[in-house]
Write a protein that binds this ligand. Structure first.
Ligand code: ADP
Ligand code: MG
Ligand code: ZN
Length: 502
């Protein structure tokens, strides 16, 4: 098969994503009062509603409606004044009612948009001129969101005793209804993405937003956030849509990228050898780095979709929507921009810190203690040191940032201190003092050391005067030794140079 770059010279990839997120931060299910939980005994959290008993009536979870409206507002969607719940009929034991309650053509959130900043190596995947590329290859692109609708999750089924993953080969199928009725939101994009990299960035950005607004734990591994990738090809210049294939349940950003990459190359080969791409669902096998056909779509599914007579149409008042809007926290992009512009942080640091709520609040706390004057040092500690020591406290990071900013500690010393104090909860400054690590920045004391060293190292002084400026490094080393590591190397360097030149 050809490589992606070669394929994309002749073909345009058209990609659309469907992203499911379980609203794991809620307490109860979508239409009943059963507890939401991942780790209880199987079938512990069930009731007549989520078991689909005849006559049981659903009551919508107001917090779930709040959460989806939040998601819609955070992704620039229009919140519909009136929306309906529908029944989507199918027969499978994971949904005892024999229909899933979901939404029809009008969902709570419609017509949104997310903008992507595509930078770095991945930006090279995009080769058409529909985007304006900066000299470094980076570009911006906008992805339309068709809708975000509310639905409920199905039960979890485990097939045991047979060939793994094959229902036909299993001797028993077990069902756990704890997950059945979990509130789920599904976001569907327009087919606006053009490269696997853009798809990955979209998914990453959406995850950051959902985390920031606190509606889901967004764990790709455990499946509380999952993504289906749809892709088709068309000749460059064509505006018609080709036949798409769909890869379901891609459970990491890498899988999403790699499955799309593989699928684009596979479809190109099929089309270039005169074959036909069929509309089908394909499964990504990460270990073998390929997709395999699961089922082909020959006819439209007949779900007999109709409005659920048990659930009245939902009218969301303007006041309700405004109250949700007022609750929205600062979103990661805005926060990163603020960090970069107001605090002068490097863009990459600002984005990393703003990306996850826990990281951002750690940074904010450390910053409040250390002071905005040393914001870059605080960011440096939070980005480059804290992640390695999970026990680190904001106050420890703040103290180290101040010492670094004063040049009283080297980066490697700061890392050592953090390693020690993050394990014990000790005060970082007290630790530094107790271990005599603080470097002296007292210029008079350092100058005395410099004078002493220069008086002693006559050879090196002569070499310097003869033009060998590199001996300063040796002299700094001598000063460090003379001060038993307490002096600041940067200051020694400055003082030595000034004295030698003076
Ligand atoms: P399905 O009925 O198979 O679920 P939809 O029309 O609902 O298909 O679209 C599902 C996703 O696939 C959406 O994100 C949409 O943007 C994307 N999509 C639709 N048609 C195409 C196509 N021809 N090529 C690529 N993506 C597509
Ligand atoms: Mg679909
Ligand atoms: Zn229940």
């Amino acid at each position: 098969m050809k490589q992606l770059a070669e394929v994309l010279r002749d073909w345009e990839a058209v990609i659309g994503l469907e992203v499911h997120a379980e609203l794991t931060t809620l307490n109860t299910k979508m239409f009943c009062g059963c507890k939401l939980s991942h780790d209880d005994e199987p079938n512990a959290n069930v009731c007549p509603v989520c078991l689909g008993m005849p006559g049981a009536l659903p009551v919508p979870n107001a917090d779930a409606i709040r959460a989806i409206v939040k998601a819609g507002l955070a992704t620039n969607c229009e919140i519909q004044q009136r929306s309906l719940f529908y029944r989507k009929h199918y027969f499978y034991p994971d949904m005892a009612k024999n229909f899933q309650t979901t939404q029809g053509p009008v969902a709570f959130c419609m017509h949104g948009r997310l903008d992507l900043d595509v930078r770095g190596e991945g930006a090279a995947e995009r080769v058409d001129d529909a985007v304006d590329k900066a000299p470094d290859g980076s570009y911006e692109t906008s992805v339309r969101i068709l809708r975000i609708h509310m639905e409920e999750d199905a039960a979890k089924m485990v097939h045991v005793g047979g060939e793994e993953g094959r229902i036909g080969g299993a001797s028993e199928s077990l069902i756990d209804y704890n997950r059945c009725g979990t509130p789920l939101i599904e976001l569907v994009t327009e087919p606006d993405l053009r490269t696997p990299e853009e798809a990955r960035l979209f998914m990453e950005k959406l995850r950051r937003i959902y985390l920031a607004i606190g509606i889901s734990d967004c764990s790709l591994e455990s499946g509380s956030m999952r993504c289906d990738g749809n892709v088709s090809l068309r000749r460059r210049g064509s505006t018609e849509l080709g036949t798409k294939t769909e890869m379901k349940n891609l459970n990491s950003f890498k899988s999403l990228h790699d499955a799309l990459e593989y699928e684009i190359c596979r479809q190109a080969e099929v089309l270039e050898t005169g074959g036909t791409v069929y509309q089908e669902t394909r499964h990504w096998e990460p270990s073998r780095r390929r997709t395999v056909m699961m089922r082909r779509k020959e006819t439209a599914d007949d779900y007999r979709l109709f409005p659920d007579p048990d659930l009245a149409p939902f009218d969301l008042s303007r006041d309700f929507v405004d109250s949700v809007r007022a609750e929205l926290p600062e979103l990661p992009d805005a926060r990163a921009t603020r960090y970069a512009q107001e605090l002068g942080l490097k863009q990459a640091d600002a984005e990393q810190l703003a990306g996850e709520p826990a990281t951002a609040s750690f940074f904010d706390e450390a910053l409040a203690l250390a002071g905005v004057g040393v914001a870059r040092a605080v960011a440096n500690v939070c980005v480059n040191m804290v992640p390695a020591y999970p026990g680190a406290l904001p106050a420890q990071a703040a103290a180290l940032a101040r010492l670094l900013a004063e040049d009283a500690l080297t980066a490697s010393q700061a890392r050592e201190v953090l390693e020690a104090v993050s394990a014990t909860g000790e005060d970082a400054l007290a630790y530094v003092e107790a271990h005599g690590l603080r470097q002296s920045t007292d210029a008079a004391a350092l100058q005395a050391t410099v004078d002493e060293v220069l008086a002693r190292c006559t050879d090196q002084v002569r070499q310097y005067r003869e033009g060998n400026k590199k001996v300063v490094g040796f002299l700094v080393g001598q000063c460090m030794k003379a001060s038993r590591g307490q002096g600041n190397p940067k200051l020694f360097n400055q003082l030595l140079t000034a004295t030698l030149e003076g």
